[in-house]
Design a protein around this ligand. Structure first.
Ligand code: 18C
Length: 247
């Protein structure tokens, strides 16, 4: 039963019609297209990307960017995972059913709007980091297939009158995140758990939304991003074990 339920909810191979008639569609389409394209561009040291974490096939780069004294360093991570597909990776990243199992920064998650099979709006609160105020975020999330065995999830901050910023104890932060995944397998073979490799590009820019000490913030993301990517990829590998490969 578990298997059938999962297959039904896998990211759809084409855009859901309900999304294309939603008021957010033009923004969702534009930002997702930009993010997916940028995700696979090489980092090359010349644009100021510095490597800050490396482990096995995982590499993480950041650019130091401060706006009015607030840290907004863009992050870009590359990884390779064997035995799971791009579609499976994006399924577990997009579907809220699994989020508490791999997302360790989360305090609460609410689905604000179910737009379509491939788009949701979330409100999330995060664990508080002393001495800063607690943060929350309101963002749309969209999963789509692209050419070349690629699936990607893009998350981007939005607004909603029912969830006004900075109303309670939380300061609203702003995110743009893209998890782009591309699968490959040897030419002439059928893809299987034994021969598939998925390249992952994860890009993230977080605007903390209000004062946060730069040193603490950079220390937090140096620790949290590698932890996230390692934990999430091994979570997906574990979940897929023994299940038929979904391409
Ligand atoms: O992409 C990820 N997750 C998605 C699903 O949840 C989604 C989430 C995006 C929000 C990212 C912002 C998270 C801020 C968390 C702040 C509190 C961290 C507490 C940790 C302590 C245990 O796209 C995976 C996201 C992986 C997040 C890595 C951490 C990034 C930290 C960025 C700095 C946050 C600045 C605000 C806090 C100020 C503290 C001094």
């Amino acid at each position: 039963a578990e298997r059938t339920r999962d297959e039904v909810e896998l990211p759809p191979p084409a855009i859901d019609n309900r999304l294309t008639v939603h008021p957010l569609w033009p923004e969702i389409d534009r930002i997702s297209t930009e993010q997916i394209q940028a995700a696979f561009e090489e980092v090359g040291g010349e644009n100021g990307w510095q490597l800050f974490a490396e482990e096995g096939d995982m590499r993480m780069y950041r650019r130091e960017v401060e706006v009015d004294g607030m840290v907004m360093d863009p992050l870009k991570a590359m990884h390779k995972v064997r035995g799971v597909s791009a579609r499976e990776m994006c399924h577990y990243f997009f579907n809220p059913r699994y989020r508490y199992e791999w997302e360790t920064t989360l305090e609460t998650m609410t689905i604000v709007e179910q737009v379509s099979a491939d788009a949701l709006v979330f409100h999330q609160t995060f664990k508080r980091i002393w001495p800063a105020s607690q943060r929350d975020a309101l963002f749309w999330s969209h999963v789509r297939a692209s050419r070349g065995n690629t699936y990607a999830v893009t998350n981007h901050s939005t607004s909603n009158p029912d969830y006004p910023p900075n109303a309670g104890a939380c300061i609203r932060l702003f995110v743009t995140v893209c998890l782009a995944c591309r699968s490959s397998w040897p030419a002439g073979e059928q893809p299987s758990r034994d021969n598939i490799t998925t390249s992952i590009a994860y890009c993230s820019t977080v605007n903390p939304g209000g004062w946060a000490p730069a040193g603490v913030l950079r220390a937090v993301y140096k620790r949290e991003y590698p932890k996230f990517l390692k934990r999430f990829t091994s979570y997906v590998v574990d979940q897929c074990r023994g299940k038929p490969l979904a391409i």
